[in-house]
Design a protein around this ligand. Sequence first.
Ligand SMILES: C[S@@+](CC[C@H](N)C(=O)[O-])C[C@H]1O[C@@H](n2cnc3c(N)ncnc32)[C@H](O)[C@@H]1O
Length: 399
Amino acid sequence: MLAREQIFENHPAPQKAREIATVITNEVGRKWGVINEIIELSQNEPLSKSSMLLRASLRVCAYLVYFERKNPYHLVNLIRNFILGKTREGLLKRLFFVLRKIEKFKGGSVKSFEDYAFWYQFFPRWAARKMVEEFGQEEALRLMEEMNKLPFMTVRANTKRITPEKLLFTFKEKYRFDGELVDYPFVKLAKVYPVMRTDEYEEGLFSIQDKNTAVGVLELVKLLPESSCVLDACAAPGRKSSLIAQERPDVELFCVDISRSRLDKLVREFERLKFERPLLVAADASLLPFKGGFDAVVADLPCSGSGTWGKHPERKWFTSSERYKECVLVQKKILGELSGFVKPSGYLLYSTCSIWREENEEMVDWFLGRYLGFKLLKMERIPPENASTGFFYAILQKL
Ligand SMILES: C[S@@+](CC[C@H](N)C(=O)[O-])C[C@H]1O[C@@H](n2cnc3c(N)ncnc32)[C@H](O)[C@@H]1O
């Protein structure tokens, strides 16, 4: 994972400039669709008609002029002096012309909740509509507000090598990172610090993981008998499987993922943490090339990712209202296949980082209706808070 602070890590600009660039990049991503609409309404022309360079300059400057009330004249001069030089005078003139119009833009009209969600919460209208359908208007608004808060981060202490208390102490004393202890074995840091640049990360003393995404695995490991065999069917890059290895070193782990390059990341993560390498197979989990019965199967499946819009606010603009439907089809195929790999009395842990019911509660209902030999032990939806990941998990047991 690339921490936000690392986007400009190797840029020669001074630290302060890099921090400002990071904030601007985040905010342009969060408000992407709104910025595009402001530009198109102001210039009376689709953005696709502009060159790539003009589009990029327009988006950044439109954000600065409309949301930060910066002066178009100063901005264009800055770009002329420091970035483009005089050779792009035509582009700069056009930029200035549109920015002057944006300066006078009074805001979009709000005739519905979806318009409000678009102009003031920076959510695509389709997403606002779907959130209201699923949760009602009040909860939809609360979720949007939570996703728009500044993110904190959680890291997982590698408890085989350091306690969460010692890790927190080191962060505070050595790096001046502000934080606190939260649910074992996590440490919550007040903001997104460049933790990957610390010696302790290099030495494998912690992993970066949103604590919400660990809850299902932490519940599962409590149920596993001694020396269990566990199949993690969509395992890469290995956050959940490394948590199993950490909490239950007695477990024999079998990790599958369709992507070889992501499995390589899993291997590097296990090496960094100094954990024993699990058995690995690069394969499609909806058509596994082996047979077997496992004490537990972990199905942390590909999903629409709508629960990650707080951490990655730009993602909601680069997906569609139909995306979850494709995911539901894949999830059904994989779950169907995995149902045959759970031993009698064994467990199936299903999880997603989606907030949509179709990928969560409805998927569990579908599974229980179709594969009659399973019962539901536990199901939990963890909503996103302060831009944390919205997560869902269900633990089922084969009878
Ligand atoms: C949500 S991520 C898994 C994250 C992982 N469990 C963790 O905690 O780090 C979903 C993973 O499913 C993999 N995947 C997608 N389609 C798959 C398939 N048909 N079979 C196996 N893996 C698949 C992706 O490559 C991706 O690594």
